[in-house]
Write a protein that binds this ligand. Structure first.
Ligand code: NAD
Ligand code: USQ
Length: 396
């Protein structure tokens, strides 16, 4: 299959590109390297020493004998180049990771809010228009988020995979309808993913584009069987207050003896998936696209759920590092239950990787190996959801 991987230089996109290349697909990465530019803006770097794209691709050729192509292009700003690329490559499928993905970054100031909306909404819309303009039957697989559902859903009713069956009262009695699950974004970033969903519904119906939207939970881990094959292929590991996600942050903090930064009581329950399962899910989604004219297929890309304080206690128990309960810089429910339907990927053969499988130590080892690269002043989260909200001081 010819596949374009949009955002293929990022944390999920890079290992997915290598996995797809490894199993024989013809992969072209499209990325504007904006994530690397944001590292410069935030004055922080991936904990792992990620190599420039040219070096990454040469290393992959050396270890695998395979070529992955790279096109540097901005999805939001360079529509004509994107449309020409699709006409030229004629991809069977496009995997779309190419968005600004950090909720705290999207809330840090007015410029970041506007950038996140402009970048994500325009980028996704440009991809849809370019597929439509090409006249090709290219299938689109998009990385969405569990956060589109919000965290106010009752614990006893599982969050369905995208669509909800509702009863509509009429004078002649109730009728059943299937609707997109109501959107309840918790940040400007999550808001852009709820807008993406509306665009997918429109273009699937009007232009008959075959679209799969993957509502992914928080990704943990860093390496996959492909990225471990050479140090030059190492994946990104974000640990800073804007881009680092909770479980990887706690493991990195434990590795350097930093108190574990629990926001509030840590009663927030979230969905998780290991990066090895992310790449498998993308493969499964590519192999099982919807039919032309079908509504977007939505999968909950999640393997387990955990409460933040339980993760902190587990890691504290493993390492002896103390837990710090910090003022929460976000506006979010202090406590929530989360029950997620996730039957579709299991039915299609996903064998989930769970926290219990010794992989926590693997990540802690990576964090320890590169601990000297950590800037401890970047650990505490400082982007607040509203002006004037309290944040913690540096803890070291
Ligand atoms: P990332 O920031 O590491 O990677 C995104 C990549 O997209 C970067 O390389 C960036 O340079 C590129 N990009 C952004 N805007 C672009 C544009 N306009 N044109 C071209 N390239 C652009 O993020 P990630 O963690 O790999 O996440 C990938 C996708 O998966 C995102 O859409 C995110 O919302 C989703 N997701 C991530 C997680 C997670 O925990 N990391 C969880 C759920 C969903
Ligand atoms: N949290 C802490 N301490 C920390 C960091 C986070 O207590 O040091 C808490 C947050 O307050 C939040 C929860 O942990 O309640 C999750 O935060 P996170 O930063 O790990 O994840 P989130 O902001 O939700 O975003 C990440 C990705 C995003 C993706 C989302 C999936 O950055 O791209 O869409 O996970 S989901 O959460 O399922 O919506």
């Amino acid at each position: 299959m010819k596949v374009l991987v949009l955002g293929g230089d990022g944390f999920c996109g890079w290992p997915t590109s290598l996995h797809l290349s490894d199993i024989g697909h013809d992969v072209t990465i499209v990325d504007n390297l904006s994530r690397r530019a944001i590292d410069l803006e935030l004055e922080v770097e991936s904990l792992t020493p990620i190599r420039p794209m040219g070096e990454r691709l040469r290393a992959w050729h050396e270890v695998s004998g395979k070529d992955v192509n790279f096109v540097r292009l901005d999805l939001a700003e360079e529509y004509d180049r994107l449309a020409a690329l699709i006409r030229d490559v004629q991809p069977d499928a496009i995997v779309h990771f190419g968005e600004q993905r950090a909720a705290p970054y999207s809330m840090r100031d007015e410029a970041a809010k506007r950038y996140t909306v402009d970048n994500n909404v325009r980028g996704t819309h440009n991809v849809l228009v370019a597929i439509s303009e090409s006249g090709l039957d290219t299938a689109l697989v998009h990385l969405g988020t569990m956060g589109v559902y919000g965290y106010g859903w009752s614990g006893s009713a599982p969050i369905p995979e995208g669509y909800l069956t509702v009863k509509v009262p009429t004078p002649d009695g109730d009728i059943e309808r299937e609707i997109l699950h109501p959107a309840n974004a918790g940040s400007v970033y999550h808001l852009t993913k709820t807008l993406d969903q509306l665009m997918f519904g429109f273009y699937a119906a009007n232009d008959q584009i075959r679209i799969t939207d993957l509502h992914q939970g928080i990704v943990w881990g860093t390496q996959t069987p492909q990225t471990v094959r050479d140090e030059r292929l190492i994946n990104r590991f974000d640990y800073d207050g804007d881009y680092g996600t909770v479980l990887n942050r706690f493991l990195m903090q434990a590795a350097i003896g930093h108190p574990l930064t629990v926001h509030g009581t840590g009663g927030q329950t979230r969905a998780f998936i290991h990066i090895r399962d992310t790449v498998r899910c993308i493969q499964i989604a590519l192999e099982n696209p919807p039919a032309k004219g079908e509504k977007p297929k939505i999968f909950n890309q999640v393997t387990e759920t955990h409460r933040v304080r339980d993760l902190a206690q587990m890691i504290s128990g493993m390492t002896g590092v103390e837990v710090a309960n910090l003022p929460n810089p976000r506006r979010e429910a202090a406590e929530n239950e989360l029950n997620v339907a996730r039957e579709q990927f299991l039915a299609l053969g996903l064998d989930p990787t769970t926290l219990s499988e010794g992989l926590l130590e693997e990540i802690r080892d990576i964090a320890q190996r590169y601990a000297g690269r950590a800037d401890t002043t970047k650990i505490v989260a400082r982007s607040t959801w509203r002006r004037g909200m309290e944040t913690a001081p540096d803890l070291r």
